[in-house]
Ligand binder design. Structure first.
Ligand code: S3P
Length: 445
């Protein structure tokens, strides 16, 4: 869905204490993967708790274009009738992945080792993002890519008719790149090996094993060495998608900075490759208790009780970045309300997300009266000990997490904060406004 309609500004005002339960929707990463792997299995994969955000709906449409039957039974309750590894048919139309880097990069991997030609596009945000990080390793399988200058969409991939397995060391910490190579390896004979120096989210490895592929992860001094044996017959699964910890971050952080708040957030992932935000918040002095630790949908989860807290700035360990990469925008809002400096280093990957998130946060925070420092790889926020002025209109650059972050800031700032366009929120967290309002936030479209 790359059309973008009239901008929809949204405004958040200083809000009363947040109370109640925040049931956030399904995990975006796992939702994409359940549709793609479901389409590559033979038979019916049943998915519950699927995130019905626009990003995931675009991936569902893409899987239909490859010949899988994808059916919605009811809220979050879907079936995918897969066509098997190597069973994709060539889409008749250009595939539009909307706003989703995960969607386009994983789908490129999934088709790269099939004898077909596919053209990909996306919205104005996705058309700016680098695709060479995926098409470079796919070229090792024999896949050709023809895109715009700088490896940008629209881009046509010619899948390898006779793919060879590859061994690839991922040069940037990226679960999308790792996953694209693994998905391409599914239809190549022999063993495909991916080496990642820094561990990134491991949903693909977990789910590939769940669907019956042979995946072996070895932890070595060089990092994780992941070996996938090609051309398996994937078995359809029943996937219960757990809640999205990156979405949970918004009510959690809002409760920490809105005075008097006390909320309950059930089922938040404790997967160590995803939950770096939580130790960070605890180090800042956050009052969060982790209750009822258990497994849900194959992921470790806990219920969180979160109370308004007085926070202090910290140095976030750079090696933690891959496990909290999507949470830096909302963390920098929390940092603005803390006492002292919060230093976020090793975060240059933020520059190639749905927007340049270092720049978007820096400009927005400055507009809201917060002092920041930045360089290519760093964002430093000078906390104001609770007294953040706000009172600005912030540009979100088609980035859902920038929009939600500044609405949370507006809930605790002295003066209201407007985001110039809240539309992108529907890509990952369509019920954000309703959920926050239900807790006591004053957010208006
Ligand atoms: C994702 C990986 C991350 C993350 C994105 C989801 C995934 O991107 O930012 O929101 O599902 O694999 P990178 O692989 O670019 O780090």
């Amino acid at each position: 869905m790359s059309g973008h309609g009239t901008p929809k500004p949204m405004t958040a005002q200083r809000s009363g204490p947040l109370k109640g339960t925040a049931e956030v929707p399904g995990d975006k990463s796992i939702s994409h993967r359940s549709l793609i792997l479901g389409a590559m299995a033979v038979g019916e994969t049943k998915v519950t708790g699927l995130l019905e955000g626009q990003d995931v709906l675009d991936t569902a449409a893409a899987m239909r274009a490859f010949g899988a039957e994808v059916i919605r039974h009811g809220q979050g309750n879907w079936s995918v009738f897969g066509v098997g590894v190597g069973g994709f048919r060539e889409p008749e139309q250009v595939l539009d992945c909307g706003n989703s880097g995960t969607g386009v990069r994983l789908i490129m991997g999934a088709m790269a080792t099939s004898d077909m030609t596919v053209t990909f596009t996306g919205d104005a945000s996705l058309r700016k993002r680098p695709m060479a990080r995926v098409t470079d390793p796919l070229a090792l399988f024999g896949t050709q890519a023809h895109g715009r200058k700088g490896g940008r969409l629209p881009m046509t991939l010619v899948g390898a008719a006779q793919p060879v397995p590859v061994r690839y060391e991922v040069p940037v910490p990226s679960a999308q790149v790792k996953s694209a190579v693994l998905l391409a390896g599914l239809n190549a004979p022999g063993d495909t090996v991916v080496i990642e120096r820094e561990a990134t989210r491991d949903h693909s490895e977990r789910m590939l094993a769940g669907f019956g592929a042979q995946v072996h992860v070895e932890k070595t001094a060089q990092g994780n060495v992941i070996t996938l044996t090609g051309q398996p017959e994937l078995r359809p699964q029943e996937v219960a998608v757990p809640r999205d910890p990156s979405s949970a971050a918004f009510p959690v952080c809002a409760a920490l900075i809105v005075e008097g708040s006390d909320i309950f957030v059930p089922g938040v992932s404790q997967n160590l490759t995803r939950n770096g935000l939580y130790p960070t918040l605890v180090e800042m002095g956050a009052d969060i208790t982790f209750e009822n630790v258990r497994e849900e949908g194959g992921e470790p989860v806990a219920d969180l009780r979160v109370k308004f807290s007085s926070l202090k700035g910290i140095e976030v360990p750079p090696e933690r970045a891959p496990s909290m990469i999507d949470e830096y925008p909302i963390l920098s809002v929390v940092a603005a309300f803390a006492e002292g400096r919060t230093v976020m280093r090793g975060v240059k990957e933020l520059r190639v997300k749905e927007s340049d998130r270092i720049d978007a946060m820096a400009r927005g925070l400055e507009a809201c009266g917060v002092r920041i420092e930045e360089d290519e790889d760093t964002l430093i926020v000078h906390g104001m000990g609770g007294a953040v002025p706000g009172g600005a209109t912030v540009a979100v650059h088609l980035d859902h997490r920038i929009a939600m972050s500044f609405l949370v800031l507006g809930m605790a700032a002295k003066a209201p904060v407007t985001v110039d366009d809240g539309e992108a929120i529907s890509t990952s967290f369509p019920i954000f406004g309703a959920l926050m309002t239900g807790l006591g936030a004053d957010i208006r479209a």
